[in-house]
Design a protein. Structure first.
Length: 260
């Protein structure tokens, strides 16, 4: 049994820290139909090359980018065609990443009905200061709304993404983000230490801007303290650490992650 990752490169805004392939695109300019056809053509080529037809899939992961910018019909078209080629596990896990600012209740209901049964929600922080620093285009209020809407739409398996070790961030502020995330009772959390990847706008900002105009980077000791804080809080709440940055309640580990 294997898992399938499908990349959606479109974003409304390119976040300064992100080094994944993504394209800042207006929502009404995304070529939904053409991109679905391109994904399926690429998949067909790989299936033929590696003789994968009929293989059983345990998980499908739509990552990005911002998959929640895609129309529900995009997911329906792709999933229908995938099922013609592969055998689906009875308990198939189908995840879509999403930005809290781009997913509304109608979209959530539609993709849940199509077969997406797990959400990975890019929260990163609830603090407006750090959301701005990370170039995120959502608010804490957006997160509250989308988490409630996701429950209403029938989602029972949700993961939250958080980022810590943001320049200027204190351990107390990290703990506040963790507490707020836990208030939603997520089944899974990914908590990432902010890294300054080569070539990203964030890295360039720190290379070329006056140090006086930017908060200082977190020291290694402070970053370790924040990691230990995050881990202790999630463990105490019943989410065990099963990978370096991932925490889950029993039986809710990401199958996509476990397949690496």
């Amino acid at each position: 049994m294997f898992t399938l990752y499908l990349h959606i490169p479109y974003c409304i805004v390119k976040c300064g820290y992100c080094d994944f392939h993504s394209l800042a695109t207006k929502r009404d300019e995304i070529p939904h139909q053409a991109y679905a056809q391109a994904i399926l053509a690429q998949l067909k080529m790989q299936v033929e090359l590696h003789q994968l037809s009929g293989q059983k899939i345990g998980a499908i992961f739509f990552g990005g980018g911002t998959p929640s910018l895609m129309e529900p019909t995009f997911f329906e078209q792709v999933l229908v065609e995938i099922q013609k080629t592969f055998s689906f596990a009875n308990d198939l896990e189908v995840t879509s990443e999403m930005n809290p600012a781009t997913a509304k209740l109608d979209w959530l209901k539609a993709v849940r009905a199509i077969g997406i049964n797990r959400l990975s929600i890019g929260i990163q922080s609830f603090n407006p200061k750090y959301l701005k620093f990370l170039d995120r285009d959502h608010t804490a209020s957006d997160v509250h709304s989308v988490m409630n809407d996701a429950r209403t739409a029938g989602f029972e398996n949700m993961s939250c993404d958080l980022i810590y070790s943001i320049p200027g961030q204190t351990t107390e502020e990290v703990a506040s983000d963790v507490n707020t995330a836990l208030s939603f009772a997520p089944q899974h959390v990914s908590a990432y230490q902010l890294t300054f990847e080569p070539g990203t706008p964030l890295t360039k900002r720190y290379q070329h801007a006056s140090p006086l105009g930017l908060p200082p980077k977190i020291s290694d000791d402070a970053s370790l303290e924040q990691f230990q804080c995050v881990t202790a809080m999630f463990e105490a709440a019943g989410l065990h650490r099963y990978e370096i940055s991932n925490y889950a309640r029993p039986d809710f580990e990401s199958r996509h992650n476990l397949n690496y």
